[in-house]
Design a protein around this ligand. Structure first.
Ligand code: NDP
Length: 281
């Protein structure tokens, strides 16, 4: 279990990835540079973006500014992006990767992910990711929004196992079966929408636990992620909230409190169901 914002989890290829990072979904390109600079200055080392967010250039700008203001080096950071569903042929995936690198102003990514499985179109895309990985252009490759069925299929032809499956995960959607499958196959689970995109901010059950520790509801949820060994990437454009979200290493939820939050699962999503949604259509 991580004990600090910059502590890492070892992925199945040996790469160290920070257990907590910053998500930048739904942030305008212009605002992203300042956001990313702030995050790195307050101690975040992992940033999660995607081609479809339209803010990779902003992320790149923020990285540049932060490296200048902190004296950190590129290799102190862990940068993730994702190939969108319109790039799922082999050639389109390679081109999408080069495009992301160019927008980010980087010469490698730490982690590159297939954003959505689509309707079984990911085989070619995965082959492209494997080749980019073999060529040393990416430090690790993985997927998002893959169900057990998608992963089972991927594992039948993958030469390289995904290091990560990034999925919607929060107290109302706990992905029990998928987590067990990922654990069995040493695929690290990473939580998107860990705060349910703000949907749990009034929750009475978590509020009671938060009051006991003098913490906020987001802090209790993120602590629950940490104690579950799930990598988490809460998004906030506000520096104070970034700091608040990272301040979860000075208290421990009891087994009983973990069980109370575990009992909140309703299989309730804020995002699309990967089995029903094909963004490429
Ligand atoms: P989150 O669950 O991280 O929630 C973000 C929302 O919570 C924002 O409205 C933010 O507001 C608010 N918030 C953050 N911290 C606090 C706080 N301490 N107190 C009160 N409100 C708070 O949602 P996301 O969808 O952004 O998920 C996180 C990341 O996961 C994304 O940014 C993205 O990188 C990734 N993702 C990946 C997907 C995929 O398909 N692979 C899909 C969706 C997300 P404010 O910014 O104003 O503080």
């Amino acid at each position: 279990m991580i004990n600090h914002l910059q502590d890492t989890i070892t992925l199945n290829n040996g790469l160290q990835m920070p257990g907590m990072g910053l998500g930048v979904f739904q942030v305008e390109n212009e605002a992203t540079a300042e956001m990313v600079k702030n995050a790195i200055e307050v101690g975040y080392r992992s940033i999660d973006t995607a081609a479809i967010y339209g803010n990779e250039a902003g992320v790149g700008q923020g990285i540049k500014l932060a490296l200048a203001s902190t004296g950190l080096k590129r290799e102190d950071l862990f940068i993730t992006s994702k190939v969108w569903n319109d790039g799922l042929s082999y050639d389109e995936t390679i081109a999408a990767y080069e495009d992301s690198l160019q927008k980010l102003g980087l010469d490698y990514l730490d982690l590159y992910l297939i954003h959505w499985p689509g309707k079984d179109k990911y085989a070619e895309s995965w082959r492209a990711l494997e080749d980019l990985y073999d060529q040393g252009k990416i430090k690790a490759i993985g997927v998002c929004n893959f169900t057990v069925a998608h992963l089972e299929k991927l594992l039948t032809f993958a030469r390289i196992k995904p290091v990560i499956n990034q999925v919607e995960f929060h107290p109302r959607l706990q992905q029990v079966e998928l987590r067990a499958f990922c654990d069995k196959h040493q695929i690290q689970l990473e939580a998107w929408a860990p705060l349910m995109q703000g949907g749990l901010l009034e929750d009475e059950t978590i509020a009671q636990i938060a009051t006991k520790y003098g913490k906020s509801i987001p802090q209790v949820i993120l602590r629950w992620d940490v104690q579950n060994g799930v990598i988490t990437i809460p998004k906030s454009v506000r520096r104070e909230r970034m700091m608040q979200n990272a301040n979860v290493f000075d208290f421990t939820l009891t087994d009983q409190e973990m069980a109370i939050i575990n009992s909140m699962n309703l299989e309730q999503r804020v995002g699309p169901n990967p089995d029903e949604f094909d963004f490429a259509l």
